[in-house]
Design a protein around this ligand. Structure first.
Ligand code: LLP
Length: 385
């Protein structure tokens, strides 16, 4: 919810921009940290969700680690000041250059996604005279019941080592002197709202950890990934139920006394702390459709075009719901998928009104593009941090 003061301030700013509520971010982070502490769980922030420096500073300050998926993210995490002993590096296609840089940084762990990748990391670590800590990312074939474009833990997905490759994995680990196996890693998908999915994951984690133990490996880390969803329909219900989420793992994971449980949360931490604020350029009232044309498009917020994702749309210049009209809310880009919502009920809207697209903190600003030579989008904050 925006205050009158916010709206008056927005009216004087150049649009579009991402507005960040760092106060809400702080509350979300504190709630998550407190809920994780109850069970001594370790949280790594999945940096891909948002790498705005002000956001990263807050997350670092709360003591979370960083989950990175590219050399660029590893470098950024170190530059921001995340403890390198809390930096993990996942991804199906780590290049030699990225692996070498991560080895130079002595990061905590590589989450390895194939037998061949194990061989390459061992080779590169040997050349540097280093020992690389690795966890095996296993594809557990658990359905995350989310949009198919953001499902990662099924046999048909490219991610992780499939169960039939685990024997080769174990053999490679045993004959690789420059690798230190530290545990198992999973990530089955994103925007997961049904916690039962995580119960199924826990069962598989127990099985796979046991599999490695039976073969003489010490499994120190159980990394269960991220994926906890947020309520896009109710952006005011802003802080996810971290306590309920962590409780599932406490109940269903078999954790030995020497083991640590790690999480990689992205969306749940940052999703609700930002909105994309845009201005209405034109209103076209047609016979079949009414269109609101915004100055923000899929170049600033890609999720609706890419995943048919829902973001709540509000006319914040006119909060009263008098005389509501149904509009298709679209951007200025020359693509028919450049549409934020169809048949959206809004108060009668005029050129110059401000429109908020809510819950854009995760995978919003980071997925912006320069298509159509669009300019960089700016960020605005509720406080100076
Ligand atoms: N760990 C790994 C290995 C991941 O690949 C991801 C996200 C996460 C953790 C964090 O997941 P989260 O807690 O944020 O759900 N662009 C899409 C989402 C892609 C997620 C990719 N991986 C979207 O806008 O919905």
């Amino acid at each position: 919810m925006f205050s009158d003061k916010d709206i008056a301030r927005f009216a004087n700013l150049e649009t579009p921009f991402y507005y960040y509520d760092l106060t809400l971010l702080q509350k979300t982070l504190s709630d998550c940290a407190a809920a994780a502490k109850v069970y001594n769980f370790h949280v790594h922030y999945a940096m891909k969700a948002n790498f705005n420096p002000a956001v990263l500073q807050k997350i670092k300050a709360v003591g979370f680690g960083a989950d990175c998926v590219s050399g660029g993210e590893v470098n950024k995490a170190i530059e921001i000041g995340f403890d390198k002993k809390q930096v993990v590096f996942a991804g199906v296609g780590k290049s030699d250059r990225e692996i070498n840089a991560a080895l130079d940084h002595d990061i905590f762990c590589f989450n390895v996604e194939s037998v061949q990748e194990l061989e390459v990391i061992n080779e590169l670590a040997e050349k540097k005279g280093k020992l690389a800590r690795v966890a095996i990312r296993i594809n557990p074939n658990v359905d995350a019941h989310t949009h198919h474009n953001i499902t990662t833990g099924l046999d048909e997905n490219k991610f992780g080592v499939n169960s039939w490759d685990l024997t080769a994995c174990a053999e490679t680990l045993k004959k690789s002197p420059n690798l230190e196996f530290i545990g198992v890693h999973f990530h089955i998908g994103s925007q997961i709202t049904n916690l039962d999915v995580y119960k199924n994951l826990c069962v598989r984690v127990n099985e796979f950890a046991g599999w490695f133990e039976e073969r003489g490996f010490i499994v120190k880390v159980l990394n269960v990934g991220g994926g906890l969803g947020i309520d896009y329909h109710n952006p005011e219900q802003q802080v996810p139920d971290f306590a309920a989420y962590f409780k599932v793992f406490q109940e269903f994971l078999e954790v030995r006394s020497n083991q640590e449980v790690h999480f990689e949360l992205g969306r749940a931490l940052v999703g609700q702390c930002s909105s994309l604020i845009s201005k209405v350029l034109y209103v076209k009232n047609g016979k079949k459709k009414n269109f609101i044309i915004l100055d923000a498009g899929m170049t600033e917020l890609m999720r609706p075009a890419l995943y048919q994702a829902y973001h709540k749309i509000e006319n914040i210049s006119k909060l009263a719901l008098a005389d509501s009209v149904k509009y298709d809310v679209v951007g200025p880009i020359c693509e028919s998928t450049d549409c934020f919502g169809k048949e959206v009920e809004l108060p009668e809207t005029l050129r110059g009104d401000l429109i908020a697209l809510r819950s854009t903190g995760a995978y919003g600003e980071v997925m912006a593009s320069h298509y159509n030579l669009r300019e960089n989008i700016v960020s605005v904050y509720d406080t100076e941090g």
